[in-house]
Structure formats: C-alpha cells, structure tokens
Design a protein around this ligand. Structure first.
Ligand code: ATP
Ligand code: MG
Length: 439
C-alpha cells in the first residue's frame, strides 16, 4: 500500500487567494480551463503567494501546446527556441504560458552537450513530468485553477516552511544541465533569506567554473536580477560566500581581494547596493549603468593606481582605467553598448567635481548626465573617500543654492582664480541622500 501523503493540498488548507493573483493571469488560467486544458499557476508566483509576498510575475503551466495557446489568445506571441513558450500580452504585463515538459536523460528529443548542458527541452509531458524539470522544490508547486488546490509532489511546502532551498534530483546533474542554477540558488537564498540544503550547496565548489560557458547575454540578465530586485546586498554576500562572484564578475572579485584596502572597496559596493535596495523598496526607478559603474569602481580605481606612475592627468587615467575594466568584464557579461557609454561618462565626470569655480562649474552642472555623476560622487563620499567628501559637500551646497548664487560661483575666474572659492550657502529644507537615478 502507498503510504506517501497526497500531493493535493485542498483550497482550505493553504493561504493562496485569487484576490492576490493578477486579473490577467486569472483570465489566462480560466480561458485555458474552459477550453478543456489543465491550467496551473507555477513557480515564483505560487512560492511568493504562499510566503505572503507579492509575486514579481505570474507563470502558467498547461497541457496545451504553444500553438493551442496561441489559438486561444489573440494577444499572444510565441518565443524561444530552446524552450518554446507563449507570452500572453496585456499592456505592460506579460503572462508566460509554458507547456508541461518531460525531463530525464532517457527522454528522446532532449539534447545535452558533452558537459551535460541541456541544449533542447521541447518534449511535452504530463504535469507530473513537468514537476521534475523545475529547479528547486519551492519552485515546483502548482496552483490548480480547476479546484484551487496546491499540488506538491516534491516536499516543497515543507521546504518553504523550513526556509530551505533544495535542488530537485541529483544536484551535480542538474548543475551540469544548466550551471545558471547555481546563480539562481544564490539569488533565491538572498531574496527569501533561505539557506541552501547541504546537498544543493556541496557541488558548487567544483562546478562553478561551468559558468564560464554561459552566454554573456544570459549572465547580464542574471546579474541585473541579482542586484536590482531589492536584495542586492544579500546577493553580494551570498555570491561571495559561495565563491560564485569569481565566475560571475571576475574583475570585481579580484579587486575585492587584491586592492590595498579590501574593506573600503567592499564598503563602497555595499553602500551602492544598499541605496539600490532602498530605492526598490520605495518603488523608485533604477539605472543599470549606475549599477555597473558602482560594481566596477574598485576595479577602475585599481587600474588607475597601476597606470598612475605614467604621470597622466586624472581624467585620462580614469578614461583608460574605465575602458580596461569594461573590456575585461565584457568577455563574461554582455553589457549593452549604450549602458557602457553611460557607465563611462559617470566615471569620467568624477575628476571634474574637484573644480569649484569658473565656467567649468556651469558646464558640468549643465551636462545631461550631471545627476548620475553627482549621485556617484555622493556615493563615493558616503563610503568614505576623503577628497570625494569635500567635493560632495561643495557641490551639494552649489546644487541647493539659488540660481543667482550659482551664477556668482561659475563666473570666469579672475586674478588669483586658482584658489578654491567658498561654496554658496545652502538653501534650507532640502533633504540630502544618495540616489541611484533613472537612465
Ligand atoms: P522570480 O520570478 O521571483 O525571479 P521564479 O521562481 O518565478 O522567480 P523564473 O525565472 O520566473 O523564476 O522562472 C519560473 C519558474 O520556472 C521557476 O520557479 C522554476 O520552476 C522554473 N525555472 C526557471 N529557470 C529554471 C532553470 N534554469 N532550471 C529549472 N527550472 C527553472
Ligand atoms: Mg517568475
């Protein structure tokens, strides 16, 4: 006799309420169900609802094929080659609909490369098959629209309760299939405050190097999710603890280890990420260029120190050091070109803040990227760079002064103009604080 507990948790035995599911996701679920298909909410949406958190998005799993889904929804687009998916579009909201897929080495049509990496996974299967191809037990829970029950075939509810992230199946095989699962483990541990099950953590030391084979565009996306979704500081700590930073952002990891003052470099990045986390909590927009400017700043400073003996002016040094930092990272993470340009500008404007009088002040203030560069200066000051603190105090007074006072300062320097002018007095009542501006 089978004594294993039922995988079905009825509607009155869990806390998911349709009130907390987006109207659009419910529409998709109902329409599929009415057309005679199975339709479940799955993944992060179910996990976050069960934890009482607000899901980032809602993913749907169904036994309808992508083509059948497309026939049901006019506002539908099929995407992906490796995983064929349907996106149902409602204005800005996208509900992702995936067809149940089979997992396992013995499934024909499922291809892996010589390292065991999964190349194709388009073999459709049952819901029970679909469960097994998910990454973590807490991501393998289904909310069934047919009877509002939660389906748990893998002990995900218990792991949710215990705060444990546990990879399904044999961890080594699962990491070889898709090494990005190691980064996902770090991300969910950071986001949820969960700990990794020892079996899930153990193979990472040996397998982390497989991240070298991941396309740089995918690593860019992961990087943004790790650092720009409200738990950036925790992500950094988790990546360092698991020694994954070495593979994700090699120059940053090296700079943190080899810089003369590791504490200061780490403090700088932590301060930047803490500001970003605060902005996410407040619903403020974020700038990806600013994120990379901050993550790479210790690398830029280090390169600049190495180049310094060549005796070039600061502006040139920073330009060369910045180019080098971006070049080194580029082989690992594909930062889009327009973001690289913005990142560079933020760095290159930094030495200009040492200027406290003359026309240069007005031209810097009028620069289209002044706000981002100024916020970066505040960040440098906040994390304890001494010269930056002095410049930040001066520029904050300038920014907050009246236009007449500002004009007085930025008039052309006369005789003896090499001396630093006193900053205009600040207008009262404005709050100060480091911001990460929107692009
Ligand atoms: P969030 O959206 O909050 O970042 P999520 O768990 O929804 O978290 P998604 O990347 O949106 O993560 O993926 C949705 C679901 O698809 C996951 O919960 C998981 O079940 C499955 N999944 C995603 N990526 C993988 C992967 N690399 N390997 C196995 N399963 C995956
Ligand atoms: Mg999701």
């Amino acid at each position: 006799m089978d004594s294993s507990p039922s995988p079905i948790i009825p509607r009155d035995a869990h806390c998911i309420s349709r009130k907390n599911i987006s109207k659009n996701a419910l529409n998709v679920l109902y329409r599929l169900h009415e057309a005679g298909f199975r339709a479940c909410l799955v993944g992060g949406g179910v996990r976050d609802l069960l934890l009482g958190r607000e899901p980032k998005d809602f993913d749907v799993a169904t036994d309808a094929t992508p083509e059948q889904v497309r026939r049901l929804f006019r506002n539908c687009r099929l995407i992906g080659r490796r995983f064929r998916l349907a996106h149902v579009l409602f204005g800005k909201e996208i509900v992702e609909v995936a067809t149940f897929r089979a997992a396992g080495d013995d499934v024909p049509g499922r291809a892996t490369d010589e390292q065991g990496r999964l190349l194709r996974d388009n073999v459709y299967g049952t819901l029970e098959d679909d469960v097994q191809r998910r990454d973590f037990t807490v991501n393998a829970l289904y909310y069934d629209i047919a009877d509002f029950s939660v389906l748990d075939y893998v002990g995900g509810m218990q792991d949710l309760q215990d705060g444990v992230l546990r990879l399904l199946g044999d961890p080594e095989t699962r990491y070889r299939e898709d090494p990005v699962r190691m980064l996902r483990a770090a991300r969910f541990a950071a986001k949820l405050g969960f700990r990794l099950h020892p079996d899930t953590e153990r193979p990472m030391g040996e397998l982390a190097e497989l991240l070298e084979g991941i396309p740089p565009a995918r690593l860019f996306d992961e990087c943004v999710k790790l650092f720009h979704t409200g738990h950036g500081v925790a992500s950094l700590h988790e990546l360092r603890r698991l020694d994954l930073l070495r593979w994700l952002l090699p120059p940053v990891d090296a700079a943190l280890q080899y810089t003369r003052d590791e504490g200061a470099a780490l403090h700088f990045i932590e301060t930047a990420l803490a500001n970003t986390d605060r902005r996410v909590a407040e619903g403020l927009p974020l700038s990806t260029a600013f994120l990379f400017a901050a993550l790479l700043w210790p690398v830029v400073v280090l390169h600049a120190q190495v180049l310094a003996h060549e005796g070039q002016p600061d502006a040139i040094l920073l330009q060369q050091a910045g180019d080098e930092a971006l070049r080194v990272l580029q082989s690992r993470i594909a930062i889009p070109r327009h973001l690289q340009l913005l990142t560079r500008e933020i760095w290159e404007m930094q030495p200009r803040f040492a200027l406290h009088q003359g026309r240069g002040v007005a031209s810097l203030y009028g620069h289209p990227r002044f706000r981002a560069a100024y916020d970066f200066l505040l960040l440098r000051a906040q994390s304890g760079e001494p010269q930056a603190a002095e410049d930040a105090a001066w520029w904050t007074a300038f920014v907050e002064a009246s236009p007449e006072q500002q004009q007085g300062v930025s008039a052309p320097a006369g005789e003896g103009g090499r001396k630093r002018r006193r900053a205009p007095r600040r207008r009262k009542g404005k709050g100060e604080g480091v911001a990460t501006p929107a692009e």
